[in-house]
Design a protein around this ligand. Structure first.
Ligand code: PGA
Length: 253
């Protein structure tokens, strides 16, 4: 996840698959079929599987979240240093499914600070739950960004990737995927925010991903017409054939 505009495809496995054996099998099938002209491929896997997948394949693995604190009495959480000690090279922060469980903007900001302190690259997820005609959703997104990034200094910008994930387009219950045009509109708003916050030069280097019902049919469109530097893929990243198809498509844009 370097700050060059190399295309990036991230698989977010969420709380899947069921066993470590299945997880290793899935990762191996993805690794085996990577195209020659491949974008950077990352897998955000369940924490209990990190070490085994890290050992089984060359693909970089990461966490789906980190605790806001680095250690201590926080039952049920996993810390950044713990994940890094078993192979994590990045983490997601602020995924909408985590926010829906009660993680606040304040906690997201602390997680971001912790990732920066650990020099752990992170993918900050933002996105609106509904689109309104007045365009309030654009303010929702820039608010999420300014709250999460309020203590990030320009020298930490190299650890940052943003994922735009409209909540209404995520998961199997999503009625419609976002269109590349809808993606582009938000990509432009986020880019403007980043250049205002970190300066034009640094802001322009921050990779910007799209996520939400990405499939092999629409993957290339989000990158070609939607202005995204890559994709954050949920369900389809657990189907090795489809995921490698998505990776191949992005590599060819
Ligand atoms: P989906 O999930 O691709 O299954 O919609 C995306 C995500 O939540 O990151």
């Amino acid at each position: 996840m370097k700050n060059v505009k190399q295309k990036i495809v991230v698989g977010n496995w969420k709380m899947n698959p069921r066993t470590v054996v299945e997880a290793i099998d899935c990762a191996k099938r993805i690794a085996r079929n990577l195209p020659k002209k491949s974008p950077t491929v990352l897998l955000a896997v369940p924490t209990p599987f990190l070490r085994d997948i890290h050992k089984a394949v060359k693909i970089k693995v990461g966490m789906q979240s980190i605790a806001a604190e680095q250690e201590g009495a926080h039952t049920g959480l996993s810390s950044g240093p713990q994940g890094m000690s078993v192979g994590a090279t990045f983490t997601l922060i602020g995924h909408s499914e985590e926010r829906a469980q009660g993680t606040t903007d304040e906690t997201v900001a602390k997680q971001v600070q912790t990732a920066c302190a650990l020099k752990l690259p992170f993918i900050l997820c933002v996105g609106e739950s509904v689109r309104d005609k007045e365009g309030v959703y654009l303010r929702t997104i820039t608010n999420q960004l300014s709250l999460a990034l309020k203590n990030v200094s320009p020298r930490h910008v190299s650890f940052l990737t943003i994922a735009y994930e409209p909540i209404w387009a995520i998961g199997k219950d999503a009625l419609v995927p976002a269109t590349p045009k809808e993606c582009l509109e938000v990509v432009i708003a986020i880019k403007r925010f980043l250049s205002d916050t970190f300066g034009t030069k640094k802001g322009a280097l921050i990779p910007l991903l799209y996520g939400g019902s990405v499939s092999k049919e629409n993957a290339a469109l989000f990158v070609r017409d939607g202005g995204a530097d890559g994709l954050l893929v949920g369900r389809e990243s657990l189907k090795p054939k489809n995921f490698t198809h998505i990776i191949t498509e992005v590599g060819q844009v």
